[in-house]
Design a protein around this ligand. Structure first.
Ligand SMILES: Cc1cc2nc3c(=O)[nH]c(=O)nc-3n(C[C@H](O)[C@H](O)[C@H](O)COP(=O)(O)OP(=O)(O)OC[C@H]3O[C@@H](n4cnc5c(N)ncnc54)[C@H](O)[C@@H]3O)c2cc1C
Length: 329
């Protein structure tokens, strides 16, 4: 119900990362696995377009095409009928590509079923607040559940997969060494007019935007590089990102998004704003320049048995599994 739901629902296939070959390449490997493992959660029945802006773009149409070929991703000129949706004075070229969307509610239902079948005990509405060393090489986790006294869980291993909450633990938890940037983001949920309904559009690569089907709500998300991030800060222990989001005023910026997007794709001016998804996005500081989305996988030497894992994309799960296979438990 957090970042895994409140996101753009894009199953990445590399196109989005012309400035980070490794991330593009990993996406190419992970997408087919994702589609194979969760076919019913993946929506493929829409036309996906990548358009290249004429001005202020970090990539030209030629460079984008070459990059797609380098990573082995399908790319072809878009048909005139969809090309006509774009303002030619601002858009250099439009490409038809292969990229999908996922339905997080279906993934959540799968996870719930699978965990139940494996007999995994789940504590809902419970927050882990402290991780400390216990006796005999154990770890101790203090948890707080609404309306109950704090409880103590004693265990051999702790996998900290709390995304925005990664550093928010007391006790012996040392925090992760990799710098994290937190961002409060807004994605507008839109009812698109007929010409845009069966489409996903991403304009590259700079202060532009994307609109993607959001299968969980039967709507489209609209996200804009300039207006989606409302505020950001460098992550540190004690600044609780969820609390910051809770207190954020959530004044929508959809009007500004639509106004700017309308210059490139005029049909969007007829879209209807239904809702906005606000969430904290957590990215690695080192990828600010190249937009790469590697996983963070830290084994805490000072707290043996404790691992912190953060994925910047949903398909990063496969990168995590590979890392786990290298570990000796
Ligand atoms: C605006 C936005 C757009 C994005 N777009 C895409 C996209 O199009 N495609 C893509 O692949 N990825 C996208 N991402 C990234 C993707 O959403 C994340 O990589 C992914 O959801 C991370 O999964 P997660 O399970 O680590 O995080 P989450 O789904 O946030 O899960 C973390 C869980 O930990 C819980 N938690 C936190 N602290 C504690 C604690 N102390 N105790 C107990 N529980 C705790 C939280 O409540 C939450 O349930 C986007 C992210 C954002 C924010």
């Amino acid at each position: 119900m957090r970042a895994s739901h409140n996101n753009q629902a894009r199953v990445h296939n590399g196109y989005h990362y012309p400035r980070c070959f490794t991330t593009a390449y990993r996406s190419r490997i992970n997408l087919p696995r994702f589609v194979h493992d969760w076919p019913e959660a993946v929506t493929q029945d829409f036309i996906k377009l990548y358009a290249i802006a004429r001005h202020n773009s970090k990539v030209t149409a030629k460079q984008f095409e070459r990059f797609c070929r380098d990573i082995g991703a399908k790319v072809q000129p878009a048909a005139p009928v969809v090309r006509a949706l774009f303002e030619p004075r601002l858009i250099e070229n439009v490409f038809l590509v292969e990229e999908y969307a996922f339905d997080s509610t279906k993934l959540a239902r799968w996870a719930e079923r699978e965990l139940a079948e494996c007999g995994v005990q789940i504590h809902y509405k419970t927050r882990a607040t402290e991780i400390s060393k216990g006796p005999n090489a154990t770890l101790q986790v203090v948890t707080e559940t609404e309306g109950s006294a704090p409880a103590l869980i004693s265990c051999r291993y702790v996998f900290n997969c709390t995304y925005s909450g990664t550093n928010q633990f007391k006790g012996d938890f040392p925090g992760v060494q990799t710098g994290l940037k937190q961002e409060i983001t807004e994605m507008a949920l839109m009812q698109m007019p007929a010409p845009l309904d069966g489409l996903g559009i991403t304009v590259m690569d700079g202060p532009f935007f994307s609109m993607m089907p959001f299968p969980a709500r039967g709507l489209h998300t609209l996200s804009h590089v300039r207006f989606t991030p409302h505020l950001h800060w460098t992550d540190q222990q004690g600044i609780d990102p969820y609390e910051k989001l809770e207190h954020h005023e959530r004044a929508t910026r959809v009007d500004r998004m639509v106004r700017d997007v309308g210059r490139y794709v005029p049909a969007v001016l007829k879209a209807k704003h239904v809702d906005s998804l606000f969430e904290v996005k957590t990215v690695l500081v080192k990828n600010e320049g190249d937009d790469g989305r590697p996983i963070l996988f830290e084994k805490h030497a000072a707290l043996p048995g404790c691992y912190s894992v953060l994925g910047g994309k949903i398909d990063n799960i496969y990168d995590v599994l590979e890392k786990m296979n290298e570990e000796v438990f």
